[in-house]
Write a protein that binds this ligand. Structure first.
Ligand SMILES: Cc1cc2nc3c(=O)[nH]c(=O)nc-3n(C[C@H](O)[C@H](O)[C@H](O)COP(=O)(O)OP(=O)(O)OC[C@H]3O[C@@H](n4cnc5c(N)ncnc54)[C@H](O)[C@@H]3O)c2cc1C
Length: 443
């Protein structure tokens, strides 16, 4: 024990892994570029609290969270809405991002984790194929293992040697551009569906929401192509027609950010290195939620590291982390990318038609929100595809897209079932190539 573990970036997965490892006697230090108290975004997040239970963490203080309400989905024309009904046990919680950090960092510090703030990580230090530390703005740091929790554009992952076959850059189709802001409340008038998700809002492939709260309205605009402040003004004007509470004054947020919306890395470990959270693309492909997945991954990674009693932390011993992650979480996420890759081929008119003709169901929306398990997804798709195809038989384009979802999922699940259970460099790299190819974005 007492091995020296460095966590690059104070991401959610990194901080939880750090806490679980420090508890077991590891010497863990986190290097974070931001200052203490200046972490995260100025807004709220939703996540599944079952992830905390999975990682053996207590619930956050009761006054720091509330349960999320059901979401109502509609197409770009907002003509017909479908409400998702989530049972109480599956409800996500809403928390301020800053409170999530305070809560997780509090646990980590209590277990003995050291955090170095204001310290940018510049890249990995490697000898041959082994990562042996990180370069930081304050000097080099050596480590028996580097856990990369630096987010989607991690400076560590992007600078890893190409021979490790860990994808350095994320492709444009693998991310969504998000604008999010909280606006003032300018009316007491209630709207139908307090938390409305609009697919292809404004006619652009993507997912957006408008959620009314007691004293403000939360607006998120997510598109697969870039947009600017003028587009935001135009779209919020459109939203005001159906959401009279939505004022014009931006109270909080108001930035553009990017989130990965794709399958997790096909290789996330190397000798002396493991990626976690957004760095390993562990978000949900349609809605970009990644906190719960990062926390679950942290538990799996910490268990894998503890099991490596000789302290090799090699690709061979860390591979079990990837296999377990895919078994418990990543497989479902992969099937959601198939749904996303098909949906982006639809036209706004197609999406409206699917809603107004009642061909999409509450169960489909549960899948989109990433709340179904793999068996539910397969059975919903199996039941739904033939009904939908019958309902759209005169629209060849729509038939091709909808029936393609099931076919793509089968292909991905087949490749996934062939993931090597044990590390074998050649076999793993061959498998990873086939897996990434199964998602190739097709127009
Ligand atoms: C607008 C928006 C809304 C979201 N809403 C939700 C939601 O409701 N629910 C949900 O589950 N998820 C949500 N997400 C996604 C969620 O933020 C991530 O999936 C989750 O935080 C896991 O990412 P991460 O912690 O690994 O990475 P990040 O959140 O990117 O954290 C990375 C950390 O590393 C630090 N860092 C980065 N580079 C360096 C460097 N070079 N040196 C040192 N430190 C570095 C960063 O400062 C940061 O602290 C949202 C994301 C965005 C952008």
């Amino acid at each position: 024990m007492g091995k020296n573990i460095v966590v690059a970036g104070l991401g959610h997965g990194g901080i939880v892994a750090a806490a679980l490892l420090a508890e077991k006697g590891f010497d863990v230090t986190v290097y974070e570029k931001n200052s203490e108290g200046a972490l995260g975004y100025d807004w709220t997040d939703m996540f599944d609290p079952k992830a905390l239970e999975f990682a053996g963490l207590p619930m956050p203080p009761a006054d720091k969270f509330r349960y999320k309400e059901n979401m109502t989905f509609c197409g770009p024309g907002c003509k017909k809405a479908i409400t998702q009904y989530i049972t109480e046990k599956d409800m996500e919680i809403i928390m301020e991002r800053k409170d999530i950090y305070t809560y997780l960092i509090g646990i980590a510090l209590e277990k003995g984790v050291k955090i170095v703030y204001d310290c940018e990580v510049l890249g990995p230090i490697s000898i041959g194929d082994r990562v042996v530390g990180i370069k930081t703005a304050k000097g080099d740091v050596s480590a028996d293992l580097v856990i990369d929790s630096c987010g989607m554009n991690s400076s560590v992952r992007r600078n890893l040697p190409v021979g490790l076959h860990i994808q350095n850059e994320i492709e444009n189709e693998g991310k969504i551009i998000i604008y999010r802001a909280f606006y003032n409340k300018c009316s007491d008038e209630e709207t139908l569906g307090k938390f409305k998700i609009i697919l292809f809002a404004g006619g652009h492939p993507g997912i957006s929401w408008v959620a009314s709260h007691e004293s403000y309205t939360d607006v998120l605009i997510g598109r697969f192509s870039s947009f600017d402040k003028d587009d935001v003004v135009e779209f919020t004007e459109f939203l005001r027609r159906n959401n009279p509470r939505l004022g014009k004054e931006c109270l909080r947020g108001g930035q553009f950010v990017e989130i990965p919306v794709r399958h997790a890395l096909s290789v996330m470990v190397a000798d002396g290195y493991a990626a976690i959270g957004d760095c390993a693309f562990m978000t949900m492909p349609l809605i970009g939620s990644g906190i719960a997945n990062a926390i679950r991954a942290a538990k799996i990674l910490a268990d894998t590291i503890v099991k490596d009693t000789y302290g090799f932390y090699s690709a061979e011993t860390l591979w079990e982390y990837q296999v377990e992650y895919y078994n418990k979480v990543g497989g479902v996420i992969s099937t959601l990318e198939c749904v996303k890759n098909s949906l982006v081929k639809l036209t706004p008119q197609d999406v409206d038609y699917l809603f107004t003709s009642e061909l999409v169901t509450s169960d489909d929306m549960k899948i989109i929100a990433g709340l179904s398990d793999i068996n539910e997804i397969i059975s919903t798709i199996k039941k739904g595809v033939s009904k939908k195809v019958k309902g759209i038989k005169n629209n060849k384009h729509l038939v091709a897209v909808v029936s393609g979802i099931g076919a793509d999922m089968c292909k991905v699940l087949l490749v996934l079932s062939r993931m090597p259970k044990k590390w074998d460099r050649e076999k793993v790299y061959r498998w990873a190539k086939a897996y990434d190819k199964a998602f190739k974005y097709k127009k």
